[in-house]
Ligand binder design. Structure first.
Ligand code: DHB
Ligand code: FE
Length: 280
């Protein structure tokens, strides 16, 4: 049976790709951010996942405003990255786990979630950079991937409680998958940031830290808030924390904290990192 070994949650900012490409990990601007990752690398060597299910949002690379699914699940043998215009290197393709993807899609439809199934899917910085941070070695990412894409871009967005329930359904589907696989779930994006409008540069440290803490001890805490309240508290793009809630929903109620880091700012974003284990 497939087992979920833990969850990893991290912000995604295109500038991280530039910093990696230019080896700026020790630069004073970047060091407090990159210093968060060695404990995560050590944990990954212990738990040795085979597959990562990645909850993220696409920013216009695979989906655009003309066709915007609320939820989409990749079911491709490979996922390619492509130039989004940020001037960062395009990363090598990722191996998929299409059998597991289809099982997730079947079970999600059965539970009335109706994701778009994608047998071809380009993956953007929200997918590629967290994977590069977690597995920084040269070449291909060493785990197989299942992308779960949540619309955090064009309103109406799915409510926080619904994203959490999507995650619960994904977690149940993984537990029912009859193959001896070790699975890690990943949520990317956030934490508080607003890139546009009157509140550009908005950051809410108190809310971010309360949210990170809630994922350990009270995982449904943020589901009390409407989308409008989350935007108010975290900024227009801070609502990407929906991806964290999706990933958290896939984990059992009780988890233990492995590591956390929080640093302001990376670009205009409050950068959060959290890893929790299930004990598997
Ligand atoms: C930034 C943050 C994002 O989440 C993103 O997708 C693009 C840019 C930023 O902080 O610059
Ligand atoms: Fe983003």
């Amino acid at each position: 049976m497939a087992k979920i070994v833990g969850g990893m949650f991290v912000s995604h900012v295109p500038a991280i790709g530039g910093a990696i490409a230019r080896n700026l990990q020790e630069d004073p601007y970047w060091k407090p951010f990159f210093d968060g990752f060695p404990p995560v690398h050590r944990w990954l060597e212990e738990v040795k996942p085979d597959v990562a299910v990645v909850f993220y949002n696409d920013h216009g690379l695979n989906f655009f405003l003309d066709k915007m699914p609320t939820f989409a699940v990749g079911a491709a043998p490979q996922y390619h990255n492509a130039d989004e215009g940020w001037g960062i290197p395009t990363l090598p393709p990722y191996d998929g786990a299409p059998d597991l993807s289809w099982s997730l899609i079947e079970k999600l439809v059965d539970k009335e979630f109706d994701p778009v199934s994608c047998q071809e899917m380009l993956v953007d910085h929200a997918f590629t950079l967290p994977l590069k941070l977690f597995w920084p070695q040269e070449g291909t990412c060493p785990v197989r991937l299942v992308p779960v894409c949540i619309n955090t871009v064009q309103h109406p967005l799915p409510k926080a409680s619904r994203c959490y329930k999507l995650g619960e359904a994904v977690g149940e589907a993984i537990a029912e998958w009859d193959e001896d696989l070790r699975v890690v779930v990943i949520g990317t994006g956030g934490l508080s940031h607003q890139l546009d409008g009157e509140r550009a540069g908005f950051i809410n440290r108190d809310f971010d830290l309360a949210f990170m803490e809630s994922l350990i001890h009270d995982p449904q805490w943020a589901t009390q808030y409407s989308i409008e309240e989350i935007v108010e508290k975290t900024g227009t793009q801070g609502v990407e924390l929906l991806n964290w809630l999706g990933a958290r929903g896939a984990l059992p109620p009780t988890v233990s904290k492995v590591h956390a880091n929080y640093h302001i700012p990376i670009s205009n974003t409050a950068a959060g990192l959290l890893v929790v284990g299930t004990g598997e």
